[in-house]
Design a protein around this ligand. Structure first.
Ligand code: HPA
Ligand code: ZN
Length: 318
């Protein structure tokens, strides 16, 4: 399976920050950590819901300070792509989480791009700027404006962080501006939030893909629409289990989504926190959900088709 070419469409670069790298960067940047060992840090990775994960995800980011740090973070992820058959990655990053700490958007984007350029022969990669939905619409707009000098290096915008209570419609204006700037649009919706958020992401934000989208299954009319319009869903099975959306991997509804004819892809979300990379997710659904070899091939093909690559490059990868 690792040999089958695929794209990863739902990975937060800050979520690839491995515990060992937290310690390495803390040392390099002279930052005191509230833990004495990798084991002590990892012991905190017992999440009960999305927020309990986000708390530590943002806390760990404090070690990311310089252009070199962002390079090293992205390089460590990109190095793992070829062995997983990941030929193309569309990578989320959370600039607001860094701007808040006094790290400039230039530092973040140039650092990530240094790594993308360095590994371009092994894997193609592009960046998707995510807005934090639990922050204000004004902050999102200010972030988009700050990013505009770098738009040649950013393929699209997304929406992430704490979902419930922060509907997509809150960000109508900033996504409209992003679309006017020619950016692609994706949004996390239906991870913990209701099917209505998936509808808003499509109708108000103009989302071309839905990140997670698993709770769409609660609404048969929405399922019919997602099937009819073949809206790609970037599903992250191990993430859903670690954040308590499903009690056990055997309860995951990915097989039902495939049976419903939805355009599903498999992704890692935050591999350093949720038990592994795309290949670990693929292994889990094969082993515990009875997903067949044929279905795995279809999932890989879906990921390439659902990417923002041009049609010619897609055909070359398939
Ligand atoms: N959901 C929402 N926001 C996030 C996630 C996620 O799984 N990972 C990083 N930010
Ligand atoms: Zn995510």
């Amino acid at each position: 399976m690792a040999a089958i070419p695929k794209a990863e469409l739902h990975v937060h670069i800050e979520g690839t920050l491995e515990p060992a790298m937290v310690f390495d960067l803390a040392e390099r940047n002279h930052i005191d950590l509230p833990y004495d060992s990798v084991a002590e840090l990892e012991a905190k990775y017992r999440f009960t819901d999305l927020q309990s994960f986000l708390d530590i995800y943002y806390e760990n980011m404090a070690v990311l300070r310089t252009r070199q740090d962002f390079h090293d973070l992205a390089a460590a992820y990109l190095r793992t792509c070829p062995e997983q058959g990941v030929r193309h990655a569309e990578i989320f990053f959370d600039p607001q989480a860094h701007l808040k700490r006094g790290v400039s958007i230039d530092t973040v984007i140039t650092g990530l791009c240094d790594a993308i350029d360095e590994y371009r022969d092994q894997v193609s990669a592009s960046l998707i700027l995510c807005f934090l939905r639990d922050d204000t619409a004004e902050s999102a707009m200010a972030t988009l404006l700050a990013a505009e000098p770098y738009l040649d290096r950013i393929i699209g915008v997304g929406l992430d962080s704490a979902e419930v209570g922060h509907p997509p419609s809150k960000f109508a204006e900033v996504f409209q501006r992003a679309r006017e700037k020619g950016l692609k649009v994706v949004a996390h919706a239906g991870e913990e939030g209701p099917p209505e958020y998936v509808r808003e992401a499509l109708d108000v934000l103009g989302a071309q893909r839905i990140d997670h989208g698993i709770r769409a299954l609660d609404d048969p009319k929405l399922v019919a629409r997602l099937r009819r319009e073949q809206i790609p869903l970037t599903v992250c099975p191990l993430s859903n289990v670690r954040l308590g959306v499903f009690g056990d991997i055997r309860e995951h509804t990915l097989p039902r989504m495939l049976d419903e004819g939805l355009l599903v892809t498999v992704n890692s979300d935050d591999p350093a926190y949720f038990g592994g990379n795309v290949e670990a997710n693929v292994a889990a659904i094969r082993e515990h959900l009875g997903v067949t070899e044929k279905q795995l091939r279809a999932l890989a093909e879906n990921s390439v088709r659902a990417s923002f690559l041009d049609e010619q490059t897609k055909e070359r990868l398939l």
